[in-house]
Design a protein. Structure first.
Length: 453
């Protein structure tokens, strides 16, 4: 299997554990950073070259987009664990079968996302209580976005497959290309006097840039060597592989969907405080995305590291890598949270300058920012469990805490304390509950038998 590993693929089954994880995670970090930067540019362009309703429209649609995209990207991340296991075990036949099964699922998922997204858009926005002044622009943005969302879903599956093979560099290159195109199109379609299309221009920029990056991803996958190469003639549903992929992918996808439904309830309550609350919350969410960089890059690296090493029989190495990942993720997230806590207002002013919107953004930021260690632990622990093939456990824990408990807390507590701070406290409380549940389970993992029947 000498040709399976290319120069862009990090060897995660031997050598220094911190060096291996960081070599794989750092490109993921910069990839996430690029994504955040062009999302922030989107927000900055709309916030500075359009009106408050346009900014509020994009801010309020983020949760709707993640409901669809998060579901399918979660499925992609969970199902790619199967590729990592076979890659670690150097099982060439099943590497090829799992890659082609995942890609065929990606095509189906991308079509479903397009249909579901367009159909659900007006109903979700109405249910969220989106203000009448914001509604037309929100519908315009989401209709265009979901019209081309098949490129976004396909892109996420391709990224997950490449990461499962230990390649986090090429996804970074394609994100850089996509971000550059997106930013240029933002300025052309929103700022340039010949267009000035507002939210419509931002949506078109996103769809076009993602579409071009998908073409690059597929081209790369079709030019890999041996069993890792994508061959459209081999696209097939292999029953045993399909069962394993669905077993790992569906809980991860369902987890994201259900958590997002919980956040939809939160967004509905945010919307009840008006357009300035929506803008303030939306602006802070862009800043908070920076905290997710170390968290999500480590949470994305850990399933690949753990599953490859378990597939190779390196049980002690998998356990040590998991511990390093948690410590690194928690520490960096908390330090970033402290920084954001100190500079909340200047960061918010990048996106909004209305005093009322700033007030809501600062309320939320000052409450949640010091608890990012709990958020980091939850995501890293969930990544470890997925790497162990236990994707149902993090799904159940997050479903209980981040959906049901969060909804009950907000619904009941707002009745007695109808202030914006009540909504913000929902996050650290439920992060803490999830962390406790995951600590208990992590201590019970039998590393040597997680994949044995």
């Amino acid at each position: 299997m000498s040709n399976v590993t290319s120069k862009s693929q990090v060897n995660l089954t031997s050598g220094s554990i911190p060096r291996g994880i960081l070599a794989f995670a750092i490109p993921l970090f910069f990839g996430q950073l690029l994504q955040q930067l062009y999302n922030m540019v989107d927000a900055w362009v709309i916030g500075n070259f359009a009106d408050n309703d346009s900014f509020a429209a994009i801010a309020s649609t983020g949760i709707v987009i993640f409901l669809i995209i998060g579901t399918f990207s979660g499925f992609a991340t969970g199902s790619s664990v199967i590729i990592s296991i076979y890659f670690g075990a150097k099982d060439e036949e099943n590497i090829s079968k799992s890659i082609h099964t995942n890609f065929l699922l990606a095509i189906i998922a991308s079509i479903l996302a397009t249909v579901i997204g367009i159909w659900m858009t007006p109903y979700l926005l109405k249910w969220l209580g989106t203000p009448d002044s914001v509604m037309p622009k929100a519908i315009t943005y989401l209709t265009i976005y979901f019209g081309g969302v098949f490129t976004v879903v396909l892109y996420n599956f391709c990224m997950a497959i490449m990461r499962a093979l230990g390649d986090s560099l090429h996804p970074l290159y394609y994100l850089l290309f996509s971000a550059t195109v997106n930013i240029l199109l933002d300025f052309l379609l929103v700022v340039h006097p010949a267009f000035q299309w507002g939210v419509k221009g931002t949506a078109i920029a996103t769809v076009v840039s993602q579409g071009l990056s998908v073409i690059l991803c597929i081209w790369r996958m079709c030019h890999l060597k041996d069993c890792t190469r994508l061959d459209f003639r081999k696209l097939h549903f292999y029953p045993r592989i399909m069962h394993m992929v669905l077993k790992q992918g569906m809980p991860s996808g369902l987890q994201n969907a259900v958590i997002t439904l919980g956040n939809l309830v939160i967004q509905k309550n945010v919307n009840s405080f008006g357009a300035f609350a929506m803008s303030g919350q939306g602006a802070y969410s862009k800043i908070e995305g920076l905290v997710f960089l170390p968290i999500m890059s480590m949470a994305m690296a850990l399933p690949t590291f753990v599953s490859q090493n378990l597939g190779a029989g390196n049980y002690s190495r998998a356990k040590k890598g998991a511990l390093f990942g948690i410590l690194f993720g928690v520490t960096t997230a908390e330090l970033t949270g402290i920084l954001i806590r100190i500079f909340t207002e200047p960061f918010l002013r990048i996106f909004v300058d209305e005093p009322e919107a700033l007030k809501y953004g600062m309320i939320h930021g000052h409450i949640v920012s010091l608890f990012f260690c709990l958020l980091a632990f939850s995501h890293c622990a969930a990544g470890i469990m997925r790497g162990c093939g236990k994707s149902i456990i993090p799904m159940a824990g997050m479903l209980l805490s981040w959906c049901f408990i969060r909804i009950i807390y907000v619904t009941v507590t707002l009745h007695f304390f109808p202030v914006y701070q009540t909504i913000s406290w929902a996050y650290p409380i439920t992060w803490g509950i999830t962390s406790i549940l995951f600590v208990i389970y992590l201590f019970r993992i039998d590393w040597e038998h997680v994949f044995k029947k």
